[in-house]
Design a protein around this ligand. Structure first.
Ligand code: ARG
Length: 427
């Protein structure tokens, strides 16, 4: 009897010890990109304990019993970060069913996994037409769904008739949503209240519409859609709640108003002028420019039923945005990677690297935009964005050298998030 108990305990203890040890992993990295310094290191060992990076270096001892992951023929880099997704849906499959909220909610869970498997281990979701992104994020954090770490924006805050509104219907057949299910807010009091409401129900980041947009019914693509006072109020209120603010802005005037208000990032920034560039540089405002998506919109959106007006608006911003992205980067404006994925298929997040390089960045600079810079913009610089002791073990790898062939980041071979391997085709 005693002997039996002893055997059972020994058995249990060894199972326990085995599972504890299995949590320790040692990655052998043939090449490792140091995103903080912008250099490549050869033959590094990364020790991963549970969710975190425990050690990294050329002579790090491998703990006994650690699971070895051999990436000695690959280039290893921190998980990528997309600062502008719409992860709850995809333009190509809008309005499948009748109820937009329920439709979105039941479908949305497939997209975070595609994003993660593409090597994007963190995203900033800007935004969703519901609180679905907040709930996706919670399910991912609990381990119920596979997906990237996320900051959720929930509703886009926009004025009546703006890029965030539904326009073109008769006021008699109004599309009016209950205020609880909409980001529409006018005037200083309403915009403040909307920020508080979004924060109360889980928004990690606040996005508002400073200018008109492309994929919406207004005539202008550039005109400001809030007054300076309203923009100031949004930023002041959000910062009071310790939330960063992203401003959707294509037009030069709206960009300057938003920068003046103190936003943390300008999204799109398509028609920025020299003064706007100067102001962003001075204030340290990030530019998040989705410089791939123009190709996809012009190729597909007429087929999806977009109006000729929308296609015309895209033609106004498309090339100009790429040229201005280059000007702003050359002038020293900070840049973080953000794609507008959702306008195009999730999982294609890496396609933008090629375009950033085509328009003036080195591959290393583009990788830094999607790692260290992006984590800085998100306020997650202590957690992600580089392979450093004490950060989350969010690690990806490609067999090719992405510094020579940046397109290799469109199809990554290895994905680890929080110490867990989601994909390994690296051998
Ligand atoms: N969501 C943006 C808008 O509708 C998409 C703009 C895409 N075009 C571009 N060239 N970045 O305004």
């Amino acid at each position: 009897m005693n002997k039996y108990r002893l055997l059972v305990s020994i058995g249990l203890i060894s199972i326990l010890a085995g599972s504890l040890l299995a949590q320790v992993k040692a990655i052998k990295a043939g090449r490792l990109i140091d995103t903080e310094k912008g250099t490549v290191l050869a033959n590094q060992t990364i020790v991963v304990d549970g969710e975190m990076i425990k050690a990294v270096g050329p002579n790090v001892p491998i703990p006994e019993g650690a699971e070895i992951i051999d990436l000695s023929n690959a280039t290893v880099l921190p998980g990528l970060i997309d600062c502008h997704t719409h992860i709850t849906g995809q333009a190509s499959d809008r309005r499948r069913f009748q109820n937009p909220f329920i439709d979105t909610a039941v479908i949305a869970h497939i997209y975070p996994k595609r994003t993660l498997l593409a090597g994007f281990t963190s995203v900033r979701n800007l935004s969703a037409g519901s609180f679905t992104d907040v709930y996706l994020k919670r399910a991912i954090d609990k381990g119920v769904l596979d997906g990237p770490r996320m900051q959720a924006g929930a509703f886009y805050i926009g004025s009546t008739g703006s890029h965030g509104d539904v326009i073109g219907l008769s006021p008699l057949r109004s599309s009016k949503l209950p205020p609880e299910m909409s980001g529409i807010a006018d005037g200083v009091d309403e915009v403040r209240k909307k920020v508080r409401y979004l924060v109360k129900y889980g928004a990690d980041v606040i996005k508002f519409g400073a200018s008109a947009g492309v994929l919406s019914g207004e005539d202008s693509v550039a005109a400001p859609q809030y007054s300076q006072e309203e923009m100031n109020a949004i930023v002041e209120e959000a910062h009071m709640w310790e939330r960063k603010v992203a401003a959707h802005a294509h037009g030069a005037e709206a960009i300057k108003m938003a920068v003046k208000a103190g936003v943390d990032s300008i999204e799109h920034g398509s028609l920025i002028d020299a003064e706007g560039i100067r102001m962003m540089k001075e204030k340290g405002t990030y530019l998040v420019a989705d410089v791939y998506v123009d190709d996809y919109i012009l190729e597909n959106f007429a087929r999806f039923g977009a109006s000729p007006k929308i296609i015309e608006k895209e033609k106004i911003v498309g090339l100009a945005q790429r040229q201005n992205f280059q000007k702003a980067f050359r002038a020293g404006v900070k840049n973080a990677y953000g794609t507008d994925a959702g306008v195009y298929p999730h999982g294609w997040n890496g396609k933008q690297f090629f375009h950033m390089v085509k328009w003036g960045m080195t591959p290393m600079q583009a990788i830094q935009a999607a790692t260290v810079n992006a984590s800085d913009l998100m306020g997650w610089q202590e957690k992600v964005g580089s392979i450093k002791t004490g950060k989350y073990a969010d690690i990806i790898a490609v067999r090719k050298d992405p510094l020579k062939d940046v397109k290799s980041l469109e199809n990554v071979d290895f994905v680890m998030k929080g110490g867990k391997v989601y994909k390994n085709d690296a051998n």
